[in-house]
Design a binder for this molecule. Structure first.
Ligand code: AMP
Ligand code: GLY
Length: 424
């Protein structure tokens, strides 16, 4: 039943993550009109797309004010790093997302590492360098593989894991001498082993509410081979993470970090994403993000039973959080990406079969990078679609997703068939 006084909301961003957020909001009886800026061809079926870029924060503020938007929800880190939450709050507008200062937990690897060291949060040992010769000398004296992280936003592509000194030298040159991403620092980190998982929590200052756990698949090709990507698939829940593991991660990682952000004068409001690893010596942090994960959000939010508008409102307003309930179902999603991704790729290939693939009630398709051309849906990004199956088990969910992927026809898309290999 729809609410008598429905609110107007805006989602900032245009990928699969934002499609999943729009979809979750559209299930709320309290939500009426939904805007999405800039959105994409799939989102356009559920929201009115606004032709503003996610970094045009002042224009987005003006749009929200002029169109009586009651609440804005931010997807991408670039908007947060550009200070969108500060600009909206200064104008008295309600927004779900951390301040620019709090978003530093993602935009600066060095800030995140120093915070963890100061507050005893388990993570890989590290040193930060801005000098090429010193960094190389440190790497020479250490062991391989070693992890090199560029200190800044690099769209998930600022991490290299060299096996030899020669490879490390080349990467350090690129990061510290060639200004590939701009002048910066490099975090040199101990190489950890074990399964990785994503722990997203709704956070309002000291208050932390966990979401269902998920796992991403970062490498481009089957068998976890090939270059790192933004993520090629995901699933939830995770049978290899016990309740004990989850409660350790909540009590010793997520809650202390939320408290540390308060103590450091930059309280976090939004989604704090812990990229964690279950190593032989316990659960450790690989990275933090200041927003919903992509493609994790696409498999996690459909499992949410509670009204997401209430959750976003509680965080945005600092009011008590309602009880958050999750469905006891499984989800598994396959990313269909343009040939060539994460390198260069062509756009504009028509996609057929979407309606047929999405006709199963246990399938959802979120658009990551699509556009409309001559009335047809065409590819317009590196990651193009996220096809998600649901079931009582991960095996059922995998079967549903694979069946749906098989119905989608496009001349320029590839996907990994082995999403969920660890648990199937
Ligand atoms: P990040 O952007 O920090 O998430 O790093 C990208 C990927 O590099 C992670 O998902 C891991 O697979 C890998 N990685 C990062 N740090 C480490 C580490 N200390 N040990 C092993 N692998 C790592
Ligand atoms: N899937 C990894 C991320 O959102 O950063």
């Amino acid at each position: 039943m729809k609410h008598p006084n429905q609110v107007t909301v805006m989602v900032v961003g245009g990928g699969g993550r934002c499609h999943a957020i729009v979809d979750a909001l559209s299930r709320s009886p309290q939500v009426g009109k939904i805007y999405c800026a800039p959105g994409n061809a799939g989102i356009a079926a559920q929201a009115e797309c606004v032709p503003l870029k996610d970094t045009q924060v002042e224009a987005l503020r003006d749009f929200a004010r002029d169109n009586a938007v009651d609440l804005t929800v931010v997807g991408p880190e670039v908007s947060l790093a550009a200070g969108i939450a500060d600009v909206f709050r200064a104008a008295g507008l309600r927004i779900f997302g951390p301040s620019k200062a709090a978003a530093t937990i993602e935009s600066s690897k060095d800030f995140a590492k120093r915070l963890m060291a100061k507050y005893n949060v388990p993570t890989a040992a590290y040193m930060t360098f801005d000098d090429y010769a010193q960094a190389l000398e440190y790497v020479r004296r250490g062991s391989f593989p070693v992890v090199l992280k560029y200190d800044g936003l690099a769209a998930g592509k600022g991490v290299v894991i060299p096996e030899t000194l020669e490879e490390a030298d080349e990467a350090l040159k690129e990061m510290l001498l060639d200004d590939r991403f701009g002048k910066g620092k490099v975090v040199v980190e101990e190489f950890l082993t074990g399964p990785e998982f994503s722990f997203m929590c709704f956070v309002d200052g000291n208050q932390v509410w966990p979401m269902a756990l998920s796992q991403d698949h970062k490498r481009a090709y089957e068998g976890d081979k090939g270059p790192n990507t933004g993520g090629m698939g995901a699933y939830s829940p995770l049978p290899f993470i016990t309740e004990e593991d989850k409660s350790f991660a909540l009590e010793h990682i997520m809650k202390p970090v939320a408290a540390a952000m308060v103590a450091e004068g930059c309280p976090f409001k939004g989604v704090l994403y812990g990229g964690l690893m279950k190593t032989p010596s316990g659960i450790k942090v690989i990275e933090f993000n200041c927003r919903f994960g992509d493609p994790e959000t696409e498999v996690v939010l459909p499992l949410l039973e509670s009204d997401i508008y209430d959750i976003f409102s509680a965080v945005a307003d600092g009011t008590p959080m309602p009880e958050i309930r999750w469905k006891s179902r499984a989800s598994m999603g396959f990313v269909m990406a343009s040939e060539g991704y994460p390198g260069s790729y062509d756009k504009g290939f028509p996609i057929e079969g979407l309606e047929d693939a999405a006709s199963d009630p246990d399938v959802r398709i979120y658009h990551m990078g699509t556009a409309t051309s001559d009335g047809r849906i065409v590819t317009s990004g590196g990651r193009v679609l996220m096809v998600i199956g649901f079931g009582d088990t991960l095996c059922d969910a995998h079967g549903k997703a694979l069946e749906a992927v098989g119905k989608i026809r496009c001349d320029n898309l590839f996907y990994r068939r082995d999403i969920g290999w660890r648990v199937l």
